[in-house]
Write a protein that binds this ligand. Structure first.
Ligand code: ARG
Length: 647
C-alpha cells in the first residue's frame, strides 16, 4: 500500500502541510479518513468543540446533493438555544480549505463537498499503489492496534456443513456462499480466520446407509460418483424401511381385529417379532451401535463414505473459490467432551432427568427457548449434545476470539439453545464469542429436469445457459480462450450474486432467467463491467505502444469532467463501504455499492473516451479506469467471485 510519506507528499502539493489524522484513522488506506480528520481539525479549531465529538458525527450522505459528508449539528450536543444561528456561526467560522468547498447549510445539517482536483490526485494514486489490498484494512483484526506485536484476533467461521450422503440443498448452498464471503471479509480485516466445515456425518442414518450399501451398493459407482450413489442407496434402503414399518403396522391392526374374534394370532405375532428383531431398522441400529463402539469394520465402511464424499465436495467448493482449513463433523466430537459437559450440566443443575432422558429447561430464561433434550433415553447423544461438545473442543484447540455459525434461520432455535446452554453451564467465555449468522430460504431451486438434488447439477445447468448466451455473439466468442470455463464462472457468478444481493434474512426465488441476464443487477452484469474495463486497457495498449506500467505518473489534473470526479468520489468511498460491511455482515452492502459504481463507470464511457484522445488525456483516463477496475476486482473477490477478463 501507500506509505504515509507518499500521502504526505501528495497533500503538500495540494497545500496541506500535515497529514490530518485523528486517532484510529488510516489516511494511507482510506481517503475518507483524511477528509473526516481534516474537517474535524478545522471545525474543532474554529468552534472550540472537542474533536472527539465532531469526528463520529461526520456521516455519509445518501444523496449527492447533500455533499460527500454531512454533520447533524444537534448531534454535537452543544447547549445552544437558537440552532439555526449556531449552524450559521459554524459555517461562517469555517476556514478556507484546499480539500473541500465552503460548507453549505441544509436545515440543521452542514454539508461538505470535496473539491474535485485534490480528490482525484489523492484517490487515484492511493488505489493504484494499494492494488489488490485497496479497501481492506488489516488493522481491524489486531488484538491491540497500538501494539501490533500483540498479534491478531482469531476466528472460526463454520459454514456449508452438509450431511454426507444426502442432497446438498439450497440451505447448504447459501451457507457456503455467505460463509465464504464472511471468511474473506474478516481476513480482509486482518483477522486470523479458520474455515471449518462441520459435516453431518453421524447418527443412526449412517447405519441405515451402510446396510443399504451391502444390499444395493456398487463399488464402481461409489468411486465414480460417491455423493450421488450414496444418495440412491439411501433412497432405496429407506423405502425398504418404510415398507417394513407399513407391514408391521398392518399386521398389528390385523392382530387387534383377530383378537376381538378370539382367533389365534400367534403366527402373526411371530411375524411381527421377526420383523422387529431382524428388519432394516434393528439392523441399522445394531450397525450404528458398532460404529459407536468403535468396531473397525463398521467404522471402516463409514469412513470410506465420508472420505469419498469430502473428496467430491472439495471439487465443488473449488469451483466456488472455497477451501477449508478443517473438515470436522458431528462424528468427530469426542465422547469425553460430551460426558464432561453432561457432568457440568448435572452438577450445576442446568440439566434434569425427565422420564429417563436428560433435558435442559430453558423456559426459565425465555419461553421461546423451550425445553431441550440433551440425552436420549437410551443414553445416546443428539445433534445438540454434539454441538455442545464441539464448541468446547474448538475453544480448547483454537482459543478463538469469535466464532460464527452460518446456518439457515430454520435452526434459529437450535443455535439459541446451544448458546444459552453454554452460558448457563458457566462457559460465557464461549457463548459470548459465538454468533449465529442466519439466512432465509431459496424457493424453487430446481433444474429443468426436475427438483434439484445436487449443487453440481444446478451449476452445470446455469453454466450451459451462460454458454448459450456467449455463443450468441460469435465475434466475441471466438476471442475467449476457454469458453467452457468462462461460461462456468459466469454461471457461478449468476447464482452467487442472486444469492447475495438481498438481505440475508429474506427468502428469494431461484430464477434462472433473471440471474443469467446481462441487464439489471446480476452476476453476468458485474462480470461484463469487469471484462469491459479490462478491454479498455487492452485496446489502449494496441493503439499506443509505450503505456507506462505505473499510471500514477499520468497527469491527473487532466481529469476535470464531472463524470471523472463523480467516479473518483465513488472509488474513494470503497474503504468506507468495506468498513460498513464489517458492521452489517451483509454481502448486499458490497453488491449495492459495486452496482452503483459499475453504473457510474458505464455512464462515463461516452464522456471519457480513451482510445482516440490525446496521449496525456488518454493516460489520465486510463489511470481512472484502472482504478475503477481495481476496486471492482477487489469487491468481486471479497464476495468470492472470480472476475473474468474476457467474455
Ligand atoms: N448439518 C446441519 C444441517 O444440514 C447443519 C450444521 C450446522 N452447524 C452446527 N454446528 N449445528 O442441517
Amino acid at each position: 500500500p501507500l506509505s504515509i510519506d507518499e500521502i504526505s507528499a501528495t497533500l503538500k502539493t495540494i497545500g496541506l502541510d500535515t497529514v490530518p489524522q485523528e486517532p484510529n484513522t488510516y489516511p494511507a488506506l482510506n481517503p475518507f479518513d483524511i477528509y473526516r480528520s481534516h474537517i474535524t481539525e478545522l471545525l474543532a479549531k474554529s468552534s472550540g468543540i472537542d474533536a472527539k465529538i465532531i469526528y463520529p458525527t461526520l456521516a455519509w450522505t445518501m444523496k449527492p446533493e447533500n455533499g460527500d459528508l454531512q454533520l447533524a449539528v444537534p448531534a454535537l450536543r452543544q447547549k445552544r438555544k437558537d440552532m439555526k444561528e449556531f449552524v450559521q456561526e459554524l459555517v461562517d467560522g469555517f476556514p478556507e480549505s484546499p480539500l473541500i468547498e465552503k460548507p453549505t447549510i441544509n436545515g440543521t445539517w452542514i454539508s461538505f463537498f470535496f473539491k474535485g482536483a485534490p480528490l482525484i490526485s489523492l484517490t487515484i494514486p492511493t488505489i493504484l499503489k494499494s492494488g489488490a489490498s485497496f479497501g481492506f484494512n488489516p488493522n481491524f483484526g489486531l488484538r491491540d492496534p497500538a501494539n501490533p506485536s500483540a498479534g491478531r484476533k482469531k476466528m472460526i467461521v463454520e459454514f456449508s456443513s452438509p450431511n454426507i450422503a444426502k442432497p446438498f440443498h439450497a440451505g447448504h448452498l447459501r451457507s457456503t456462499i455467505i460463509g465464504g464471503f464472511l471468511a474473506n471479509l474478516y481476513e480482509g480485516s486482518g483477522w486470523e480466520v479458520l474455515r471449518m466445515n462441520y459435516l453431518g456425518d453421524w447418527g443412526k442414518q449412517y447405519g441405515v446407509l451402510a446396510l443399504g450399501f451391502e444390499k444395493y451398493g456398487s463399488e464402481d459407482e461409489l468411486v465414480k460418483n460417491p455423493i450421488g450413489h450414496l444418495y440412491d442407496v439411501y433412497v432405496k434402503i429407506s423405502a425398504d424401511a418404510r415398507e417394513e414399518a407399513e407391514s408391521i403396522k398392518e399386521k398389528k391392526e390385523e392382530i387387534t381385529k383377530l383378537k376381538g374374534t378370539g382367533e389365534d394370532t400367534s403366527a402373526l405375532e411371530a411375524e411381527v417379532k421377526k420383523l422387529l428383531d431382524t428388519g432394516v431398522d434393528e439392523q441399522a441400529r445394531a450397525y450404528f451401535k458398532q460404529m459407536v463402539d468403535g468396531e473397525p469394520k463398521a467404522l471402516g465402511i463409514w469412513k470410506r463414505f465420508r472420505d469419498l464424499s469430502i473428496e467430491k465436495y472439495k471439487q465443488t467448493y473449488a469451483r466456488l473459490n472455497i477451501r477449508y482449513d478443517e473438515y470436522s463433523g458431528e462424528s468427530q466430537v469426542k465422547d469425553e467432551s460430551m460426558d464432561n459437559a453432561a457432568k457440568i450440566m448435572a452438577e450445576k443443575s442446568v440439566s434434569e432427568d425427565s422420564e429417563g432422558a436428560v433435558i435442559v429447561d430453558l423456559t426459565k430464561y425465555s419461553k421461546k427457548l423451550g425445553k431441550a433434550i440433551v440425552k436420549k433415553k437410551d443414553g445416546t447423544s443428539l445433534y445438540l449434545t454434539r454441538d455442545i461438545g464441539a464448541a468446547s473442543e474448538r475453544m480448547e484447540k483454537y482459543h478463538f476470539d469469535k466464532m460464527i455459525y452460518v446456518v439457515a434461520s430454520q435452526q434459529d432455535l437450535h443455535l439459541a439453545q446451544l448458546f444459552k446452554i453454554m452460558e448457563i453451564m458457566g462457559r460465557e467465555d464461549i457463548s459470548d464469542k459465538c454468533q449465529h449468522i442466519n439466512f432465509g430460504m431459496v424457493k424453487g431451486m430446481s433444474t429443468r429436469k426436475g427438483t434439484a438434488k445436487f449443487l453440481d447439477d444446478i451449476l452445470e445447468e446455469v453454466g450451459e445457459k451462460m454458454h448459450e448466451v456467449m455463443r450468441a455473439n460469435d465475434e466475441k466468442y471466438k476471442q475467449v480462450e476457454n469458453p467452457e470455463k468462462v461460461a462456468d464462472v459466469l454461471g457461478i457468478s449468476a447464482v452467487m450474486v442472486q444469492d447475495m444481493k438481498g438481505k440475508r434474512i429474506n427468502h428469494y426465488d431461484f430464477d434462472m432467467d433473471r440471474m443469467t441476464s446481462f441487464e439489471g443487477d446480476t452476476g453476468p452484469y458485474l462480470q461484463y463491467a469487469h471484462a469491459r474495463l479490462c478491454s479498455i486497457h487492452r485496446k489502449a495498449s494496441a493503439a499506443v505502444t509505450d503505456i507506462p506500467s505505473d499510471l500514477t505518473t499520468a497527469d491527473l489534473t487532466l481529469l476535470k469532467e464531472p463524470h471523472a470526479v463523480d467516479l473518483a468520489r465513488q472509488l474513494a468511498s470503497w474503504p468506507d463501504v468495506f468498513l460498513n460491511t464489517v458492521k452489517t455482515q451483509e454481502p448486499a452492502t458490497v453488491l449495492t455499492y459495486l452496482f452503483k459504481m459499475a453504473h457510474a463507470v458505464s455512464s462515463s464511457y461516452d464522456h471519457l473516451q480513451v482510445v482516440g484522445s490525446e496521449r496525456e488525456t488518454m493516460l489520465a483516463r486510463l489511470a481512472l479506469y484502472s482504478a475503477a477496475l481495481q476496486v471492482l476486482n477487489n469487491g468481486m473477490r471479497l464476495l468470492g467471485l472470480s472476475p473474468v477478463e474476457r467474455m
